[in-house]
Design a protein around this ligand. Structure first.
Ligand SMILES: O=C(O)COP(=O)(O)O
Ligand SMILES: [Mg+2]
Length: 232
């Protein structure tokens, strides 16, 4: 890894980037991220408690973008922001259920339980009616490869990066971004260096400056190495 304080700030996706294809966290991520000699921002579609817990257990400062930019937290400045509300997305979910569908998470509905600015549906649920209802409410459906997110188009991980970078005293263009999906494109557009892991979807591949040879966590470690080596 880079020497003292010499690494650029890093913003990384979680699912599909720090995990394997079944969303199991790769055990090498803790050592690799702790050794990164610059700020590390976890940017995910998951609700805030996920990246907060992940940062805790990885031994990282808790600087996170959750809900695809709907919620941001910067530990250094104690700055928690909720950039919207769930009302419109909930109306879409209610109409979807009213039409005879369900979100696909069972009665406990854990993926939505702590969600403040979006609602998500499982990817084995019918997409078209969800898209139609979202459009009626001025919302979009984003497929992260792991869930359908019903959200406002104004909230993105990239907008979240602007908030977090400002709090940390950086420009978004100083960041290296790594990710795997459509919901990382907004981050890729703002970061100075955008890297897609090889398992990325077409939108992320097209928006990236570089694509790793390896997939998933192997690809992520390759990205860190190539940035560290000055190659990217
Ligand atoms: O929450 C999701 O659907 C995907 O999460 P991710 O943004 O960390 O890949
Ligand atoms: Mg992802």
């Amino acid at each position: 890894m880079a020497g003292a304080g010499t690494a650029p700030p890093l913003v990384t996706d979680v699912d599909g980037t720090l995990t394997d294809d079944e969303l199991r966290l790769d055990p090498r991520m803790g050592p690799a991220l702790r050794a990164w000699d610059g700020p590390v921002v976890l940017a995910t579609g998951k609700v805030l408690p996920f990246p907060i817990a992940l940062a805790n257990y990885l031994g990282l400062e808790r600087t996170v973008i959750a809900e695809n930019g709907g919620v941001t937290f910067v530990e250094a400045t104690d700055d928690l922001r909720v950039h919207g509300d769930r009302e419109a997305a909930q109306a879409v979910a209610d109409a979807y259920v009213e039409a005879g569908y369900d979100l696909g998470w069972g009665v406990a509905d854990l993926p939505n339980r702590w969600r403040e600015t979006e609602v998500i549906a499982a990817r084995d649920r019918p997409l078209e009616p969800l898209r139609d209802l979202a459009a009626e409410h001025g919302l979009e459906v984003v497929d992260t490869q792991y869930a359908y997110h019903v959200k406002s188009p104004t909230m993105t991980k990239g907008k979240g990066l602007e908030t977090v970078a400002d709090a940390l005293g950086y420009e978004p263009t100083e960041f290296v971004a790594v990710g795997d999906s459509t919901n990382d494109v907004s981050t890729f557009e703002r970061a100075g260096t955008a890297i897609a892991v090889a398992n990325a979807d077409d939108a992320a591949l097209a928006a990236a400056d570089h694509v790793t040879d390896d997939t998933f966590a192997d690809g992520f470690l390759e990205a860190l190495d190539r940035v560290d080596a000055g190659e990217w």
